[in-house]
Ligand binder design. Structure first.
Ligand SMILES: Nc1ncnc2c1ncn2[C@@H]1O[C@H](COP(=O)(O)OP(=O)(O)OP(=O)(O)O)[C@@H](O)[C@H]1O
Ligand SMILES: [Mg+2]
Length: 342
């Protein structure tokens, strides 16, 4: 069943130097259900990689294998240079995990949760106290520190959960859907905290169903669907795969649409005469925009508004899988807009 998990000392050294996490040919089945069909990716040290995929894609299964909670059926995985199967104990020392469902004790205060976990990790009493204090500050929970967790809001629980995963200062952090269920403002706060952690050198693997989250946070994105990697790259690279950006110009009501059309002739144009809209495939964005506006101005044509539409990751997902990534993807799939009034 299991592939042989062997590496030479050389490859191990290479792996630990460059990458915080290396996953190669990872496979897992539950009975007949093949959940991971050979997954490959690597997380560079100090970077954020987002595993992006819909419900049931296999994201949590990957996280569970990497955090040694579940043995793989085949393939290899290394965390901080250690094999997750053969060196599970070392792996556990270098990771922090925030699961999909918050793992905090409702009947303890936020502070007590942290203190208890610090002792569980066998930090000294002084270290536990100092770390607890710092983490409560970092995650803006100092005011709520002495309140029982059952009185916390969802966002506060998430932040406490994240703080708890960091009690032992792990160099590698797994975040399984860290912002699911949070309101937009709490999500922004948590994103900022995750960025700060990354800037401090922590290597982060996060899973998300939100295109925007991957776009905002990740240095690298791996898109998975039905247990396979279907695309990988930076947000920009993935967006490029589904075509270029488009500039949209709205010509003023008295701006002579027909003349605008003539002036821009020779470009790849889409026209909507009713809405007085001209849409142009754009390669260089802002530079091109300036040139177009100058041409229209020289021809005496008034432009009412200008916007630049870049493809979103939702568009990417739709193109790759033929299905929206999330049930509410239609809202998110609206082209990202940078609107300025000319
Ligand atoms: N212990 C298990 N026994 C049987 N099937 C399982 C088990 N754990 C996961 N699965 C199945 O494996 C598939 C992948 O599950 P997984 O939890 O990895 O998905 P996910 O990408 O995290 O999804 P979600 O976005 O809903 O959290 C699903 O079909 C799930 O039902
Ligand atoms: Mg999951």
């Amino acid at each position: 069943m299991a592939d042989t998990l062997t590496t030479t000392a050389d490859t191990k050294e290479q792996i630990s130097e460059k990458s915080a996490i290396v996953v190669a040919g990872l496979r897992k089945s539950f009975k007949e259900l093949e959940v991971l069909k050979g997954i490959d990716f690597a997380v560079e040290r100090g970077s954020i990689l987002a595993l992006l995929g819909p419900n049931g894609a296999g994201k949590t299964t990957i996280i569970r294998i990497l955090s040694t909670l579940l043995p793989p059926d085949g393939g290899q995985a290394f965390v901080d240079g250690c094999d997750v199967v053969r060196e599970a104990k070392q792996v556990r020392k270098s990771i922090g995990l925030t699961g999909q469902f918050a793992a905090v004790d409702e009947y303890l205060t936020g502070e007590e949760n942290l203190l208890m976990l610090g002792r569980l990790y066998r930090l000294s009493k002084a270290d536990t106290k100092r770390r607890t204090h710092d983490l409560l500050e970092l995650f803006e929970l100092t005011d709520a520190a002495k309140r029982k967790v059952k009185t916390y809001s969802g966002g506060m629980r998430r932040r406490l959960d994240l703080a708890m995963s960091l009690i032992a200062s792990p160099p590698v952090l797994f975040l399984d859907e860290p912002t699911t269920g949070l309101d937009p403002r709490s999500r922004l706060t948590l994103w900022e905290m995750i960025r700060r952690l990354s800037a401090s050198g922590v290597s982060i693997l996060l899973t998300t169903q939100y295109m925007e989250e991957a776009d905002q946070l990740a240095d690298q994105i791996v898109v998975i669907d039905h247990g396979s990697v279907i695309a990988a790259g930076t947000a920009d690279e993935l967006k490029e795969r589904i075509g270029s950006a488009r500039l949209e110009l709205t010509i003023a009501a008295d701006g002579n649409f027909a003349r605008a059309e003539q002036t821009l002739d020779g470009q790849d144009l889409h026209l909507d005469r009713e809405r007085r809209l001209i849409s142009i495939a754009s390669q260089s964005g802002v530079h091109e925009l300036r040139e177009l506006l100058q041409r229209l101005e020289a021809a005496g044509i008034a432009v009412e508004s200008v916007s630049l539409h870049r493809p979103t990751l939702d568009d990417v997902f739709l193109t790759l899988t033929g299905a929206a990534a999330t049930p509410d993807a239609n809202e998110g799939a609206q082209a990202e807009q940078e609107r300025t009034t000319a």
